[in-house]
Design a protein around this ligand. Structure first.
Ligand code: UFG
Length: 334
């Protein structure tokens, strides 16, 4: 059985590729490499012993997608490929909508034209918007995200839901919380370009000496210590969740949270990292970052009930594995 991973060279795509290959699937990666590296393919081979096929292709390019379906017998698609920076989406909304929305539509059109129905969609907790009380449950009516990136994910979910209602696809919308960590080999991991926007890559870049200190964005949130609280989950747990969701896809469309249900604040993550790897991480307290909210936390019960999936790895595992990746690849994939 061949599975197509759009955005397969990215952070979550590459880890999911490893899980799929280790579970016996043929994996085909489609990636335009604008925000990822081709080196990932060799690293996947080093880990699994199998070199996945890579198509350098843009998901908005229908002809390129059709070629992939024509040359391979693809039975399922995991659609990761999308732009994901919150501030970039505020600055370039049209680019975000064109790429993300048109990418999802093109992939589904190409699937429909080639008789492929199974779709696992890379969604995000961002679809719950900024006004709902945590923990977030899948049955909550969604509120409005505060940025075009979040709105694009909400729109993609809606389009997929409509396509499923019309009988074109059977889909699962996986709403990720905050994925961190790396494969335990340290061969693949998160490789942000430029200054990291997310907390964990910033912490590791401070620890390795690439940046002098961490900026803590605000200490006046309504949390235990005043810093933002998030539901961090290990990227390998997340990858396993994709395989389980794909294997249990049902007719129609269903949304499922992938999170731990346990929150960690910014200062708690700094402290957990220091304990796990034994390196001090200096930080300075600064003002809030625009658009941030106090708490983002999953209610993870549905994933366990429907998929039998539960996050297993601890915050300590996440810190140790991220650090292992950072130390082995101090400048990312170069
Ligand atoms: N933070 C810092 N300093 C930093 C970076 C982050 O203090 O240098 C804080 C943030 O204020 C927040 C927490 O660390 O409280 C986590 O921030 P991240 O940027 O790592 O993660 P977010 O929860 O803000 O963002 C994630 C995804 C986005 C998505 C958003 C909402 O990265 O794609 O969740 O679902 F839009």
């Amino acid at each position: 059985m061949s599975v197509l991973l759009t955005g397969g060279c990215g952070y979550i795509g590459s880890h999911t590729a490893v899980e799929l290959i280790n579970s016996g699937y043929d994996v085909i990666l489609a990636d335009d490499l604008r925000n990822s590296s081709e080196i990932v393919v060799e690293r996947i081979e080093q880990i699994t012993g199998t070199l996945p096929k890579l198509y350098k292709a843009d998901v908005t390019d229908r002809a390129a997608m059709d070629t992939i379906f024509e040359e391979n017998d693809i039975t399922a698609v995991i659609h990761f490929a999308a732009l994901k920076s919150v501030p970039a989406s505020v600055a370039n909304p049209l680019e975000y909508y064109r790429n993300n929305i048109s990418g999802a539509i093109t992939v589904m059109e190409s699937m429909a034209a080639h008789g492929c129905r199974t779709l696992v969609f890379s969604s995000s907790a961002t679809v719950y918007g900024s006004d709902l009380p945590a923990p977030f449950v899948e049955t909550m009516p969604l509120s409005q995200p505060s940025h075009p990136y979040g709105r694009s994910k909400q729109m993609m979910e809606q389009i997929i839901t409509d396509a499923a209602a019309a009988g074109l696809v059977d889909a699962v919308l996986l709403r990720y919380f905050n994925p961190i960590g790396a494969h335990e080999s340290g061969l693949i991991g998160e490789d942000p370009s430029g200054v990291p926007g997310n907390l964990m890559p910033y912490i590791t870049q401070v620890a390795i000496g690439r940046r002098p200190y961490l900026n803590v964005y605000g200490t006046d949130y309504d949390t235990r210590d005043g810093t933002g609280l998030r539901d961090y989950l290990h990227v390998m747990d997340l990858a396993r969740g994709h395989v389980m969701a794909m294997e249990q896809i049902k007719p129609g469309c269903d949304a499922i949270n992938l999170g731990t249900g346990m929150g960690t604040t910014v200062l708690e993550l700094v402290s957990a990292f220091e304990t796990a790897v034994g390196i001090h991480v200096p930080y300075e307290i600064g003002p809030r970052r625009a658009g941030d909210i106090d708490v983002i936390l999953a209610d993870p019960k549905k994933a366990e009930l429907v998929l039998g999936w539960k996050a297993e790895k601890t915050i300590e595992d996440m810190c140790r594995d991220t650090w292992n990746w950072q130390v082995k690849n101090p400048n990312g994939y170069v």
